[in-house]
Ligand binder design. Structure first.
Ligand SMILES: [Zn+2]
Length: 246
């Protein structure tokens, strides 16, 4: 009698989660090796459907938690600037920075002058907002002053996304500020003068005065073989002019 009832009871099993009763088989319940009986299995107390639901829920929550943690990190100073630097390292425009530290140092130096304000639009306090799924106008972005030259300590500014976007659609205001920044940097000014073939002619100096600068400019253009070639031709032209003058 007792054996019979026990056998009967074991034919069915009730899920302790949803309360449904199912045949006590692996079709409805996950099984694991029995803890104390050899060659025997025991079933989980919840049905397969409830087990799956629970693990899916756990996975989703975990994914969401990981995403939130990721965003939080990217909004920290280190997380934000490491991400900017890693895109510079992967950039086809070239990278003259020796290290992340040197890159970050440029930001610190800019901060001493402009604080968190955008150099183009001083009314914008620059931010590090992540995870919105779209570009944030006030966010800090990296910008090469001269788009012909690689990223490097002498050719970088941190400007708001708004200013960065508008540079492609330039206004007289933005252009004026841009030239201010170019002229403020000796490196950018010299390259511009060289590109305009003014470098030697401007001050009526001898060619030799600028030869080291020109060599450095050509060296810096190594990321772009075509540009480097143009610079070399320009240098040869300058050299010819110099010989003509003498
Ligand atoms: Zn269930």
């Amino acid at each position: 009698m007792t054996l019979r009832r026990k056998h009967k009871k074991e034919m069915k099993k009730t899920c302790n989660k949803c309360g449904n009763t199912y045949p006590r088989t692996e079709e409805y319940f996950y099984a694991k090796k029995h803890g104390s009986l050899i060659n025997s299995v025991e079933y989980y107390n919840e049905c397969i459907e409830c087990s799956n639901k629970r693990s899916r829920k756990w996975k989703d929550e975990n994914k969401e938690r990981r995403r939130e943690a990721d965003i939080k990190y990217k909004e920290t100073k280190t997380g934000y600037f490491k991400e900017l630097y890693s895109s510079i390292e992967r950039s086809t425009h070239g990278n003259n920075f020796k290290s992340y530290e040197e890159f970050l140092d440029c930001w610190e130096k800019q901060k001493e002058i402009y604080g968190l304000n955008c150099p183009y639009y001083p009314s914008i306090q620059m931010t590090r907002i992540k995870g919105t799924g779209k570009a944030t106008d006030t966010n800090i972005s990296k910008d090469r002053i001269l788009s012909s030259m690689p990223y490097g300590p002498k050719n970088i500014m941190f400007i708001s996304w708004k200013a960065n976007n508008e540079k492609g659609n330039v206004t007289p205001y933005l252009a004026t500020r841009y030239l201010e920044f170019v002229n403020k940097s000796e490196y950018c000014r010299k390259i511009t003068e060289f590109e305009l073939t003014k470098l030697n002619n401007l001050h009526r100096r001898r060619f030799g005065d600028d030869i080291e600068i020109i060599a450095a400019i050509i060296e810096d253009a190594k990321h772009d073989v075509k540009l480097q070639h143009e610079y070399i031709e320009k240098m040869i032209e300058l050299f010819k002019d110099e010989r003509k003058d003498n």
